[in-house]
Design a protein around this ligand. Structure first.
Ligand code: NDP
Length: 627
């Protein structure tokens, strides 16, 4: 390492100390409690601003084989895979006015997806859809959701503008009773819970939120009636308005350039800066996409996620900012690999002198082991290199030195969601835009007129909360409904001491219920990839159960216990990394593993998908009790 360190143009030890310092000043004892729930006095923050006409209909008294809760990508994929398997008797219940989930709600100006569209959009080969650009935007994504819904005839099975209020298991009938806010009572043999991991907006528990007399909303319910314009920007309603935005996460990074371009004055309140790398979006080459061979999309998303989790691949197909940190790492590992000449020499010596060959090979293996022991260190160095480039970018683009410094992130790239944007940093050069750097402290107070920070009142006409979504709070609080299983046990009670599932999808005491999401499952940067894998898994289980004549599926106690132990054991693999990270929802606001079973599968998604594939290939649904 000493040799490598001399080649660096930064001091890794000094950076390590700086990272620690920045983290320490942000860790708070109240963790998730620093946020308040959007209910009661705050319920207006989650009203649906996108429906033209509220649906009027009678309550449903129905019975179906499968109820899918959630009409986002998860619910749509579940439905699509069930249709493919010949299971058509299902209903999708969705609280929004249409399909789309995250993309239905998040229509803020500039909203787009940072994951390459060719891997993010699921079912591209099935729909033959060609995204216009390498990185798509929210309108195109919502349009694509409608294309999927139409291709798989999902509108015929949809119950829109309807919120599930509870699901209760009736053991005698062998059915779930799904109740909704429209007094529906739908009986279903199976229920799929695909309610979205970032579904419930959250607000900082700031004093005086409801005293504020100006206009206010959360980014996931953008009020275009007030701002004018659209997801593409041009917010004409703001031309005479002073606007504040709280938060500088992935959402704010995309919205701020449009606010800066349109508002009379913009104050951006920052607690922790995001890492802002180049976007460099490009139009899709239709010839390239039309000449891809069958199975290309799965190969591509697998390649991407393999790189993202440190796997060795021959080629980086996506080749973008996400994978760059890992390319840097591979470069350093390749330096340690034997050269072609070395291999040639060994092959000669293996014939001429087995002893020499043995010694040479032994030496190589020793080097290799050392290299892998250095892996963690190499990854850290690669990360420092990457983040130094990100920080240099702030210096190069932002004219005011103090502002540039405040915009530099001092943490490892994957401690927070990395961002990619070509206009965010330069927005701070506009004369009407002010960065209010709270230097890790965050905001605590609002007044009738605006926001107070360190004794100064910022009077504004509008305050926009870009403060993210609940993660790590009680499952039913985030889902918005309770699940009552065998003997009336609620999922909140069962999981009050920590999550307990089999493969993240089943939980004993909740027969015929299927949970979609990252908890105790494989999590991917390309979230639609995990959802697609879960849909394939669901469809396999239901098809197999039908073939076997089973109607009740429940995780065995033994299998669930073993899976929880696996999750706990694997959570140690990521604990050290998370411990050193600045707080955020990625690391439970800095409170690492108080319940280690509340983690994702620590071996990474590719390993997890492999495990699930192997499990499916056995065909006996091992670990599930069928009746
Ligand atoms: P985040 O949770 O990432 O960001 C919330 C922001 O609010 C943070 O900057 C946070 O600061 C700040 N904040 C919270 N409390 C306070 C306070 N009291 N005072 C000041 N600031 C405060 O939410 P986002 O909506 O930005 O993103 C959520 C996720 O959605 C992303 O991580 C990503 O997964 C997804 N997404 C993806 C996009 C893409 O593909 N480009 C775009 C948008 C969202 P701090 O960092 O200090 O906690």
């Amino acid at each position: 390492m000493a040799v490598e360190a001399t080649k660096l143009d930064f001091d890794p030890d000094a950076l390590g100390k700086k990272y620690q310092l920045e983290r320490d000043k942000r860790v708070r004892s109240d963790g998730n409690e620093q946020y308040q729930e959007v209910k009661g006095d705050f319920a207006y923050f989650v009203e649906d601003p996108y429906i033209d006409n509220e649906l009027q209909r009678d309550a449903l008294e129905d019975e179906v084989e499968v109820v899918i809760i959630g009409g986002g990508f998860g619910g749509m994929l579940a439905a699509a895979r069930l249709r493919e398997a010949g299971i058509d008797d299902f209903k999708i219940i969705e609280k929004g006015g249409d399909f789309g989930g995250t993309w239905y709600w998040n229509r803020y100006p500039g909203a787009s997806c940072d994951i390459e569209s060719y891997v993010y959009f699921p079912l591209l080969e099935e729909t033959n859809f060609v995204p216009k650009q390498k990185y798509t935007n929210a309108p195109e994504t919502l349009e694509y959701c409608h294309i999927i819904a139409e291709k798989y005839n999902l509108y015929d099975n949809s119950v829109l503008q309807t919120e599930v209020t509870s699901t209760e298991w009736d053991e005698d009938a062998g059915r779930w009773i799904v109740s909704t806010n429209r007094q529906d009572r739908i009986k279903a043999r199976y229920v799929v819970h695909s309610n979205g991991p970032l579904n419930r907006p959250k607000l900082p528990a700031m004093k005086g939120i409801n005293d504020y007399k100006g206009h206010t909303f959360h980014t996931s319910r953008w009020d275009y009636n007030y701002t004018g314009g659209s997801s593409h920007g041009d917010l004409t309603g703001l031309k005479d308005k002073k606007v504040a935005i709280i938060g500088t996460g992935a959402t704010a990074v995309q919205a701020v350039p449009h606010l800066g371009a349109s508002a009379k004055e913009l104050f951006v309140f920052q607690r922790t800066p995001s890492s802002i790398d180049e976007r460099n979006n490009q139009a899709t080459d239709p010839e390239w996409i039309s000449t891809q061979e069958k199975g290309w999309q799965d190969k591509r998303r697998r390649n991407f996620e393999s790189i993202m989790t440190g796997g060795m691949v021959k080629e980086d197909l996506v080749n973008d900012g996400w994978t760059e940190a890992f390319r840097l790492l591979f470069g350093s590992l390749r330096d340690k690999a034997p050269s072609k000449f070395q291999i040639f020499t060994w092959s000669l010596t293996s014939v001429a002198s087995p002893k020499l060959y043995k010694n040479g090979f032994k030496q190589y293996m020793t080097d290799k082991v050392t290299a892998f022991m250095d892996l963690a260190k190499s990854m850290e160095i690669a990360d420092y290199k990457k983040m130094e480039k990100v920080r240099a970018r702030a210096d190069a683009i932002v004219e005011d030195k103090e502002t540039a410094e405040a915009l530099k992130p001092y943490y490892r790239q994957f401690c927070k969601r990395p961002c990619f944007h070509d206009e965010y940093l330069s927005t701070f050069n506009l004369p009407n835009v002010t960065l209010v750097n709270t230097d890790g402290k965050g905001l605590e107070q609002m007044t009738e007129k605006g926001i107070v920070f360190e004794g100064k009142e910022y009077e504004v006409d509008c305050i926009i909360f870009a403060t993210g979504f609940e993660v790590g709070t009680d499952y039913s609080r985030r889902a918005g409904y309770q699940i009552y299983g065998v003997d009336g046990l609620s999922v909140s009670d069962k999981w009050s001491g920590g999550l307990s599932t089999f493969h993240g999808m089943h939980s004993r005491g909740f027969p015929n219920a299927f949970f979609f999401g990252p908890a105790q499952s494989g999590f991917t940067a390309t979230y639609t990839y995990s959802l697609d894998e879960q849909s394939i898994h669901l469809s396999h289980i239901l098809s197999t159960a039908i073939k076997k004549g089973a109607t009740r599926i429940e995780a065995s106690e033994k299998a669930e216990k073993k899976w929880v132990e696996t999750i706990i054991e694997k959570s140690r693999l990521t604990a050290d990394f998370q411990e050193k990270c600045t707080p955020g929802y990625y690391n439970n606001e800095g409170q690492i593993n108080p319940k280690p079973q509340n983690n994702m599968y620590g071996g990474g998604p590719i390993e997890f998908f492999g495990l699930m594939k192997k499990w499916r290939s056995k065909g006996n649904l091992e670990g599930l009790e069928l009746n």
